[in-house]
Design a protein around this ligand. Structure first.
Ligand code: ZN
Length: 498
């Protein structure tokens, strides 16, 4: 066997261990009884330690040395060796004691947060946030960086992005977005009340399932189950699962979270099966992944073309509930904009301000410009400036998200906004490649759109760096203009904003 074949074999074994973890995680989040929690925690720790040991091993080091000649090659084998080396180096750079300290801290901070949030008790988690910040700095130091410690943490999720590149994009976006949000929220709000009309859970789930199938999600290589916080997980190229949740008085909940996870799953189902089980058989970055969920959720499933196809189907599925609703009214409901305090409830226009607030605070914490004790006030001040609403307590403010309490602090929020920007950029490229895009959507015909995404993006998996992939797919680097054009055209206009 050649050196690259031996390396690929070893990587597939590690990939299988990761898939075993993913299967255990999926089970924990769907069907496992509470009584299984302690044993499941041990099982997950065992499998992840086995994968870590293999990544950091001298066997892996020797296999990588034997493949050194391939590493600079501009092809799939070159990319495979580079990705494998990045993982090997990460596994050897971060001391086991730090990995353990982060894990133990995260478990403690998460439990504390579940009590502190309902009790509106920031003081009780303040020391934990301080320790979390310290551990995050130590992780950044271990990983290494050139300019800013957060660069190391951003790179973990959005390879190649830095604080400097993110700040440049976000400052430009915020300058355009804040005035647009002010103008839209000063106008008469769109009526979203039809989404609160009760629809039985099984009807919502059947409808969501039918839409998922028509969008092209392959149920022979996937399944859909219920959970608390919807997610997509890949167990292998032939088994890419989605989860959803349903509220009988909120039609948007199950529907849009299903379409969102379908977007993630179409990406994973579109990756070249030859990469399966290796570090190339996954999405290119958090931002690129999020672009796929947002593409289907916001650009396809909130459009008039989409509802001209699916509103009649919804009326048949829920007889009597939406009889008086036409496409225009449905689009108004799903494009309702409001100044909300909670990120996860935010609409497409205000959402990125919530993300930028968090990214900005993470940077301020690392720079020492804001101390942990000052976080609640800094949060509220920024909400008031950017969104025009002030949280009445920390439950609606700094305590709302789990992120800072379930792992290290920093490096994960920016991907949500990168995803929204890239989704808009891809939408424009798709519309250029398919001048009849909206007619096709209105006809329920998604094959060519999916083929476009597979060809430009999905099939490449993690072969290219995100920046390279984005340029190849859309002909230009990630920018704010396509997103701003979309928001002005589809939200500004609906609210009479020029
Ligand atoms: Zn997502």
């Amino acid at each position: 066997m050649s050196a690259i074949d031996l390396l690929r074999d070893e990587l597939r074994t590690i990939g299988d261990l990761d898939s075993i973890s993913a299967a255990l995680d999926w089970d924990q989040a769907t069907y496992m009884p509470d009584g299984g929690a302690a044993a499941r925690g041990r099982q997950l720790a065992l499998v992840s330690e086995m994968a870590h040991a293999k990544r950091a091993s001298s066997t892996m080091r020797d296999l990588l040395s034997a493949c050194r000649d391939l590493e600079s090659r501009d092809d799939v084998d070159g990319a495979l060796v580079r990705r494998a080396r990045q993982r090997h180096e990460r596994a050897t750079k971060v001391p086991a004691a730090l990995v353990r300290a982060i894990k133990e801290h995260s478990a403690e901070a998460y439990v504390a947060w579940t009590h502190a949030r309902p009790a509106n008790d920031f003081a009780s988690v303040r020391p934990l946030l301080e320790r979390g910040l310290d551990l995050s700095r130590r992780l950044a130091d271990a990983l290494g960086y050139v300019d800013h410690p957060l660069d190391a943490l951003i790179d973990e999720n959005d390879r190649g992005s830095t604080v400097a590149s993110t700040v440049a994009l976000f400052d430009a976006l915020r300058a355009e977005l804040v005035p647009l949000v002010k103008a839209i929220t000063a106008a008469k709000p769109l009526d979203a009340s039809i989404l609160a009309r009760p629809v039985p859970a099984h009807v919502q789930l059947e409808f969501a399932r039918s839409v998922a199938e028509q969008l092209g999600y392959d149920f022979h290589r996937g399944r859909m189950d219920l959970t608390h916080h919807p997610f997509m997980t890949r167990l292998s190229g032939g088994d890419v699962r989605i989860t959803t949740r349903v509220r009988e008085d909120d039609f948007g909940e199950a529907f849009f979270s299903t379409v969102h996870e379908v977007g993630h799953a179409l990406y994973e189902q579109g990756i070249d099966l030859a990469f399966d089980g290796t570090p190339l058989g996954e999405g290119a970055s958090s931002g690129v992944h999020e672009s796929q969920s947002r593409f289907w959720e916001n650009f396809v499933a909130r459009s008039p073309a989409f509802w001209s196809r699916f509103l009649p189907e919804l009326k048949r599925a829920a007889p009597g509930t939406f009889d008086d609703v036409d496409v225009e009214r449905m689009v108004h409901a799903v494009r309702h904009v409001g100044r909300s305090l909670i990120r996860t409830d935010a609409d497409e226009v205000t959402y990125n301000l919530h993300v930028m607030l968090r990214f900005g605070l993470e940077k301020d914490l690392f720079d020492g410009a804001v101390k942990v004790a000052e976080l609640p006030d800094a949060w509220n001040a920024r909400m008031t400036t950017d969104l025009g609403v002030t949280p009445s307590d920390d439950r609606e403010g700094v305590l709302q998200d789990v992120h800072w309490f379930c792992t290290t602090i920093g490096g994960s929020f920016q991907g949500y906004t990168f995803g929204n920007m890239l989704a808009a950029q891809l939408w424009e490229s798709a519309a250029t490649a398919m001048p009849d895009l909206e007619t096709a959507i209105a006809a329920g015909e998604f094959d060519r759109l999916r083929a476009f995404l597979i060809d430009r993006l999905h099939r490449h998996g993690a072969v290219y760096d995100p920046a390279q992939l984005i340029e190849r797919a859309t002909g230009k680097p990630l920018g704010i203009e396509p997103l701003m054009r979309h928001l002005r055209a589809n939200y500004g206009a609906l609210h009479g904003v020029a």
